[in-house]
Design a protein around this ligand. Structure first.
Ligand code: 4AD
Ligand code: MG
Length: 477
């Protein structure tokens, strides 16, 4: 007989029969009732042990965290709280778990504590739900692009260009740190390094993805990206995953339509397919909210928030309009913002982004047409000569979740821009080639995967939505 998963056993159409299951003991109550979980779903299955006919030593070894193999009869449950249970006929302890030292006790642990136990934290309901949702979202993302004619491209993790301008990079080298080869000027001689040049971990696959969009038409990347910024916030990781579609012959309006349709699709996917996990997280947040003063409570439950995003249009607002709103806003007038908005051209801080989505519009917002000098070199310059076809998508509770743009496709304009910013043409010769040979309008964006997982699960710290977070001073596991 093939062991079943608990999720299979609890599915509606299961017939009552002899079953086998393997999993980890969550609790063992009254020397009789095991709550068993195997990660297949949020649900435990209750296994009823015939303690009178089970040997004493085995009973003692049924402890929280132990791995067990159970055989028995699936029957309708006598008790409340479950429809079926297993009447255990045989139990084998596969792996003991010392209840004195096992870190995941059957009680509430703080997320801070569980971060230090990241190798075991998915044995809790919250983290198993979050990570199943992460997996489902990832599948939905591939499914969306696959069914819409996109090709999946694997852009390099090690990059030789540091011109993307998206942030500080991590160097990749195998030179001897104590005794590196030096040039005549006394600087480290990277021509002697592994690749014969300076290389780094990528901050984005965009530039390489553009080359594929200009041949395969519609492409996307979905991979890890690395940023060495020293920003210890609840929304930044040093290693995070990014989804970056790039499409030939698509302008900024098309880019916004794509981003909105895509995000609604993936959120709708989990609403349909991961209902149990979402209901659990929704309830968790409602319980948290009850402990807070009224004013700090969420206006919508998690499920309401997700449905709201799926059912409503994102509000599209130009940077110029946004600046007007912010300049005249209460927190600006009362000097409540840390950075006051005084004039057009100011970079928006997360306090401004959150004011716009959470207080003013109360819905996802797409901001577009930003001042050229606060955005990356590759963005398409508008006819006004001072704004670029950039777009950022802002989500309630998250702030910026997507950053994207229509790309500068005109060789002369792009070269001029690079010259001003001191970006070496030789380094990006291949990027410029795209503008020499068959150039065309094209656009794309980057969605921060962990920020999407945060939004979808209601988790408020980005360290809690990636299995093993990397942040400044922290790379345990
Ligand atoms: O806005 P960013 O820097 O855009 C790019 O990298 C473009 N090359 C994307 C493109 O057009 N193809 O980053 C995109 C998104 C952000 O909106 C944010 O959601 C996420 O990536 N992000 C981070 N997520 C976690 N930790 C960090 N340190 C992040 N930095 C950016
Ligand atoms: Mg950005």
């Amino acid at each position: 007989m093939k062991p079943s998963t608990i999720s299979e056993l609890l599915s509606k159409d299961i017939t009552l029969h002899e079953v086998e299951v393997k999993g980890w003991v969550r609790t063992f109550r009254a020397n009789r009732f095991i709550a068993l979980n195997d990660g297949s779903s949020l649900q435990n299955i209750q296994c009823v042990v015939d303690f009178e006919n089970t040997d004493e030593n085995t009973l003692k070894r049924i402890t929280t965290g132990a791995a067990v193999h159970i055989k028995g009869e699936l029957t309708e449950s006598q008790g409340k709280g479950q429809s079926v249970e297993i009447q255990v006929s045989s139990i084998t302890i596969l792996g003991d778990s010392d209840p004195e030292t096992y870190p995941i006790q059957p009680k509430k642990h703080s997320f801070e504590f569980l971060r230090e136990q990241a190798h075991l934290r998915t044995r809790t309901n919250t983290f198993s739900a979050v990570m199943r949702l992460r997996s489902a979202l990832s599948f939905a993302i591939h499914q969306y692009f696959n069914t819409n004619g996109f090709h999946y491209v694997h852009t390099p993790i090690i990059t030789g260009s540091d011109a993307e301008g998206a942030g500080e990079m991590f160097r990749v080298t195998n030179l001897d740190a104590k005794n590196p080869p030096l040039t005549e000027n006394g600087e480290v001689d990277y021509t002697k390094d592994f690749f014969g040049k300076e290389t780094n971990l990528t901050v984005s696959g965009q530039l390489e993805a553009e080359t594929y969009a200009m041949s395969l038409g519609k492409v996307y990347t979905f991979g890890p990206t690395f940023r060495a910024e020293n920003s210890n916030t609840s929304r930044h990781l040093s290693e995070f995953w990014m989804i970056e579609p790039e499409v030939a012959f698509m302008d900024l309006a098309g880019n916004m339509d794509l981003a909105e349709d895509f995000m609604k699709y993936v959120i709708n996917y989990v609403l349909t397919n991961n209902h149990d996990d979402l209901v659990f997280l929704d309830q968790r947040l409602q319980d948290e909210d009850k402990k807070k003063p009224q004013a700090e409570r969420n206006e919508m439950t998690l499920l309401e928030k997700l449905r709201f995003v799926v059912d409503n249009n994102f509000k599209r607002v130009s940077y110029t309009e946004a600046i007007d709103i912010l300049r005249n806003s209460k927190p600006n007038k009362k000097k409540k913002f840390n950075y006051l908005i005084e004039e057009w051209g100011a970079d928006l801080q997360s306090e401004h982004e959150r004011f716009l989505v959470e207080k003013h519009f109360k819905c996802p917002v797409i901001l577009f047409d930003y001042p050229a000098n606060i955005k990356a070199f590759y963005m398409r310059l508008n006819e006004d000569g001072k704004t670029v076809r950039a777009m950022d998508i802002l989500f309630p509770g998250i702030g910026e979740i997507v950053g994207g743009a229509q790309r500068e496709e005109r060789l002369d304009v792009l070269k001029q821009k690079m010259a001003v910013l001191g970006i070496d043409e030789e380094e990006l010769w291949w990027y410029l080639d795209l503008r020499k040979y068959g150039t065309a309008v094209h656009s794309g964006f980057g969605l921060g995967f962990e920020r999407l997982v945060m939004f979808t699960t209601g988790m408020t710290n980005i360290r809690d939505v990636i299995p093993f977070p990397r942040t400044p001073q922290n790379a345990e596991f």
